[in-house]
Every structure is written in C-alpha cells, then in structure tokens.
Design a binder for this molecule. Structure first.
Ligand code: KIV
Length: 257
C-alpha cells in the first residue's frame, strides 16, 4: 500500500498525527511520532516574521523542504504551495512539478474550495497528489483571522467545498478554524480524512505548528497548546555559554585539539 493510501486507511480506525517542520533537525525529532509532516507556508510568519504568508516564495518553500526531506524517514511529507504559485492550471502544474521534483515530497497542499476546483482537478489528472485546505485560508486573509462556520451561508459553502474537493480527488483536507459541530459534520460526510487545526476533536487527525507547541512563538491563538517552553531552555543555554566564555571556562582542553 502506498504512503497516501496508508494514511487514508486510518480514517475511522486511528487518529492521524500531523505537525509542521521547516528544517531537518526538527523533522528528525518529530518523524517517529507523526503520520504526516507539513512544510507549511506558516514559515513566513514563524521564521521570517512576515505579517502575511503571501510574502513566502516558491524558492523558500523548496529550500526548507529539501532540508526537511533529509530528516523524514517514515512520515508522509506535504509541501504548501505558496501564494500566487497556482493561479492558473499551467502555473500550478509547472510549480507543483518543480516542488515535487526538487524536494522529493509526497504531495502538495493548496488553499481553497470550489474557486480553485479546476486547478486541483488538473493537478490530480497530471498525477500530483493534492491535499486540500478549507476554513481560514491565511493566503486569502487581509487582517485578522476569523473562525468560519457562523452563518448558514458559510456552513453550506464549506460543506459544498469539502464534498467537491473530495470528488476532485484530494486525498485529505485540512480544516482550519472551523466551528466544532460543522467540522464534525464535514468529517462524517467525507470518505477521505480531515485534519483539524482549531476545528474538532472528531476530525480524523490534528495538525499544529511545531514551533507553537515548543513554545518558540509565544502564540496567543486559542487552538494552540504549548507543550514545552523551549524559550526558557534556549536562553538558559545561551546564558551559561556567555558565562563560560567570559570566565574562560570554555573551551577547556576537552574541547580543543
Ligand atoms: O502553513 C501551515 O503551517 C498550515 C497548517 C497550519 C495547517 O497550513
């Protein structure tokens, strides 16, 4: 069974664990606990301090993904296609092919529903495995993120989007910032797995940004759970190094040739 089919087979059996990675060192540490590692374009805000993911380039995604690939031995690797790299069928195919070839990832992810359906269908027809992304679409948001699924119109649209994406052949869909009950409803309506982020515990899997769970970002987002405060450990290590250097304790002979 190929790695994508294996992931899909988890639906209704066991939960799917997903995290982001932007480098080999992080990918290597999380790989044994994840089913899917996403090189998310969230790297724009997390690493580059951009105010929007729209500033992330294809080259940035490719270079980080090449590094991540070196740290993965078993998880499915998905790479986000950044803003303005999949506006037309031909642009999307050219850029996705480049990402797949240069990074050796297993699949790409694009943000949007019915509006980009023809592009998604075209990619799949051309053998590019695609993961969907519905709800809060950071590449389309100007200003504050607002959770989705409040109005009847939004609810109907999201259900329609999810069903159409499934019909088009995406292998899984990320549901980001969608009201809990609606996320459960969408998950039950689909045969493919949903991966929630601020969605519902009933989604088939969950994803979070690794830098957030490590406490590197001081995120205030409601759905973020900080599992460790690495900031504390990093500053403590830097403080000890500073002290060693100033007191000439480092490098002692043990560290010299
Ligand atoms: O860019 C990203 O990291 C994402 C996840 C938050 C789903 O799309």
């Amino acid at each position: 069974m190929n790695i994508i089919k294996k992931l899909q087979a988890k639906k209704n059996k066991s939960k799917i664990v997903c995290l982001t990675a932007y480098s080999k060192n992080i990918a290597e540490q999380i790989d044994q606990y994840t089913d899917l590692i996403l090189v998310g374009d969230s790297l724009g805000s997390v690493l580059y301090n951009f105010d929007t993911t729209r500033k992330v380039t294809l080259n940035m995604m490719i270079e980080h993904s090449k590094s991540v690939r070196k740290g993965i031995s078993k998880s499915l690797m998905v790479v986000d296609m950044p803003y303005n790299t999949y506006r037309t069928k031909s642009e999307a195919l050219k850029n996705s092919k480049k990402v797949m070839k240069e990074t050796k990832c297993d699949a790409i992810k694009v943000e949007g529903g019915i509006k980009i359906l023809e592009i998604i269908k075209y990619l799949i027809k051309n053998k590019i495995p695609v993961m969907g992304h519905l709800g809060i679409l950071p590449q389309s948001v100007k200003g504050k993120f607002k959770f989705k699924g409040k109005t009847k119109r939004e609810i109907n649209q999201l259900i329609k989007d999810a069903l159409e994406l499934e019909k088009a052949g995406v292998f899984s869909i990320v549901l980001e910032g969608i009201e809990k009950k609606l996320s459960t409803t969408i998950t039950k309506k689909l045969k493919i797995p949903t991966i929630g982020i601020g969605a519902s515990v009933d989604c088939d899997g969950q994803v979070l940004v690794t830098d957030d769970i490590l406490g590197l970002t001081k995120s205030k987002i409601k759905f973020v759970k900080e599992y460790i405060n690495l900031r504390k450990y990093i500053s403590s290590a830097a403080k000890q190094f500073r002290s060693d250097v100033i007191k000439k304790k480092y490098p002692s002979n043990k560290y010299l040739y």
